[in-house]
Design a protein around this ligand. Sequence first.
Ligand code: UT7
Length: 331
Amino acid sequence: MNKLTAAITAVGSHVPNFVMTNKMLEDIVETNDEWITSRTGIKERRILKPEEGEGTSFLAIKAAQDLLDKRNLDPSEIDLVIVATATPDSMVASTAAFVASEIGATNAFAYDLLAACSSFLFGMSTASGYIASGKYKKVLLIGADKMSSIIDYTDRTTCIIFGDGAGAVLFEPNTEGLGLQDEYLRADGGGRAYLGMEGGGSIMPATIESVKARKHYIFQEGRTVFKFAVSNMADVAEKIMVRNNLSHEDVSWLVPHQANKRIIDATAKRMGLDESKVLMNIERYGNTTSATLPLLLADFENKLKKGDNLVFAAFGGGFTWGSIFLKWAYN
Ligand code: UT7
């Protein structure tokens, strides 16, 4: 029997209806469209409005349902639901368990996976490991984040970057050699000084003082994170290419985390890739953290061809980062 690999066989996505443009942000903080566009590549982002009272699971369920509808899949066939997220519905109770129940994945176990902006990338490794073991046949991996729930809309250095969204992919066994081929995943805990959220965890549970001091919002030392992101994302993408004897001509698509267009451009340049091979939608969604990679797959699904060589790359809080080489499995 041929070796079992884990292939992506379906995708789905969901973004909230409300569009927050750069112009709208000009009314909220001291910024301007020209600065945001030239420094980040972002023009607008989607926001799940707080008054709607919905959390990350709402986005995840919609993305999963989109996938189930497109694929006409019976959810009771799913073995495992992983929700990759940095913004779970709440502490303790698994968001994925709720999502699995709501979509009718009655035979699945479920859990969340948290690795900041690398959550989905690391989730691809996890999901494919379960499939390649031969134990499970259908793993639903969802990347979903309601970043607006942890953004300080008085802080111009973070509020311009992030948006809300979700994407879902199905991993299934493949015996044609398609699917996940190789991965190089990294972490460096020193990064938590530069990007994170001080309040709300076990070090600093919520108090009146912590809320007043705005400790329950993301902080980022942008310039430092930028430097680490540029060099590390390019390093791992290059490493995956070298390790798999991939020339720039062999790579069909770069699927990069959407944090800043300048980081994406630097990664593509190091790989020797023309812009036409780089999947990008940062201008419409900003940085949706765990959702950037599956949203790209959903948006560009009809461009991807069976056998295409995809190189994924991401960098995020922790720090966490890495690259994955995957052969696309369907037209
Ligand atoms: O996804 C997880 C990983 N995160 C990332 O990869 C993000 C990495 N970092 C970045 O993308 C960039 O650092 C930012 C987009 C966050 C910031 O861009 P930058 O080119 O690094 O700007 P900067 O922080 O060096 O700031 C340059 C100037 C500063 O003014 P002075 O000190 O030169 O007078 C800032 O105060 O731009 C100012 N500035 C702004 N101006 C207008 C900062 N934010 C804004 C803003 N509008 N929104």
